[in-house]
Design a protein around this ligand. Structure first.
Ligand code: ATR
Length: 283
C-alpha cells in the first residue's frame, strides 16, 4: 500500500525536506510519498486531523506551527514536552504523538561532523527563537558546562535561559549582546546570514577575539557557506554549517515513522544537489 508523509508549514517555499525525504524513502525501497502541505494557521486543526487517515505515517512541522500543533496531538514525547515545540508527528492507528528531533539532530551534527564534545563545554548561543529553543535544551541535556544565550530581544533570551536552567540544572546566562571570547563553540540560531532572510549579508557576532579552536556553527543552510562561516574559515577557526543538523533531524523523523534506518548519505546527496540547482537559478 502506498503511504504518505508530509511537511506542514507556511510558507514552505524553500524547504529541502521534500527532496531529501523522498530520496530516503526511495533508497529504502519504501512506497511512501512525501508531500508538501502548505498550511495557513487557520487551517492547522483540520490539517492535523487529516493525519489520522490510515495511510499517513506522520509529518514534519515547521515555521510557524511548531508550538501551535501541540493542542491537537494525543501525546507528547518527553523531550518535545520540555522544549515546548514539535517538529515531527508520528501517526499510529489514528493516534498522533509529537516529537522534537531538532535538538538531537543538532547534537549529532556536532559530534559526527565537527568531532565536538559537548560535555563540559562553554557555548555561546545566538538567538532565542524557535530554532534556538530545541538547541539550548539539547545542549544542556548533552552535558554542556555553561550556556550563554545572546539575543537582540533580551526578554526572550531570559525566558529561554530560565526554562533551560530549571529543567536541566545547567548554568545558563542571558545577555543582549556579547563578545565571542572564552567559548569552545558559538552557534548562530538567528536568521542572520540566510538567503532571503532579514540580513543575508550580515553576521550575528564579531569573531575578532575568539579563542583559537572555537567551533563556529551556523544553523542556516542556505547558502551552505554563510558570511559567518566564511569569516570563521578566513580566521582559521573550525566551522560547521546547518545542513548536517537539517539532515539528521529529518533522519530521526524518518526512523520514527518507519522504524528503519535512514540513509543519511542519500539525504545529503539529494539536499546538496537541490541547493546547487537553486544556486545556479539565482539571478
Ligand atoms: P526561528 O524559529 O527560526 O528561530 P524566530 O522565532 O522568528 O525564528 O527567531 C528568529 C531569531 O533571529 C530571534 O532570536 C531574532 O531575534 P529577536 O528575538 O530579537 O527577534 C533573531 N533575529 C532575526 N533577525 C535579526 C536581526 N536582524 N538582528 C538580530 N537578531 C535577529
Amino acid at each position: 500500500m502506498n503511504r504518505r508523509a508530509a511537511i506542514i508549514g507556511h510558507p514552505l517555499g524553500h524547504s529541502l525536506s521534500p527532496v531529501f525525504q523522498a530520496a530516503a524513502f526511495a533508497a529504502a525501497g519504501l512506497d511512501v510519498t512525501y508531500e508538501r502541505w502548505e498550511t495557513a494557521p487557520a487551517d492547522l486543526p483540520a490539517r492535523i486531523e487529516s493525519l489520522r487517515a490510515p495511510d499517513v505515517l506522520g509529518a514534519n512541522v515547521t515555521i510557524p506551527h511548531k508550538e501551535a500543533v501541540i493542542p491537537f496531538l494525543d501525546t507528547l514525547d518527553p523531550d518535545a514536552r520540555i522544549v515546548g515545540a514539535v517538529n515531527t508527528i508520528v501517526a499510529r492507528d489514528g493516534r498522533l504523538t509529537g516529537h522534537n528531533t531538532d535538538g538531537p539532530g543538532f547534537v549529532r551534527a556536532l559530534h559526527e561532523d565537527a568531532a565536538f564534545d559537548v560535555r563540559g563545554a562553554r557555548i555561546l548561543l545566538l538567538g532565542a527563537g524557535g530554532a534556538s529553543r530545541g538547541i539550548a535544551f539539547a545542549l544542556a541535556r548533552a552535558g554542556a558546562g555553561e550556556l550563554v544565550i545572546a539575543n537582540r530581544t533580551l526578554s526572550r533570551a531570559e525566558r529561554l535561559a530560565a526554562g533551560v536552567a530549571s529543567a536541566t540544572g545547567v548554568p545558563v546566562r542571558a545577555v543582549p549582546a556579547v563578545e565571542c571570547v572564552g567559548f569552545s563553540a558559538v552557534v548562530n540560531a538567528t536568521s542572520i546570514g540566510m538567503s532571503g532572510g532579514p540580513d543575508p549579508a550580515g553576521t550575528p557576532v564579531a569573531l575578532a577575539g575568539a579563542d583559537r579552536g572555537t567551533l563556529v556553527v551556523d544553523i542556516v543552510y542556505s547558502p551552505e557557506e554563510t558570511p559567518l562561516l566564511r569569516e570563521a574559515r578566513a580566521r582559521g577557526l573550525p566551522a560547521l554549517g546547518g545542513l548536517p543538523m537539517l539532515i539528521y533531524q529529518g533522519a530521526l523523523a524518518f526512523e520514527l515513522w518507519t522504524a528503519e534506518p535512514a540513509s543519511v548519505a542519500t539525504m545529503f546527496d539529494a539536499a546538496r544537489m537541490e541547493l546547487a540547482r537553486r544556486e545556479t537559478m539565482q539571478p
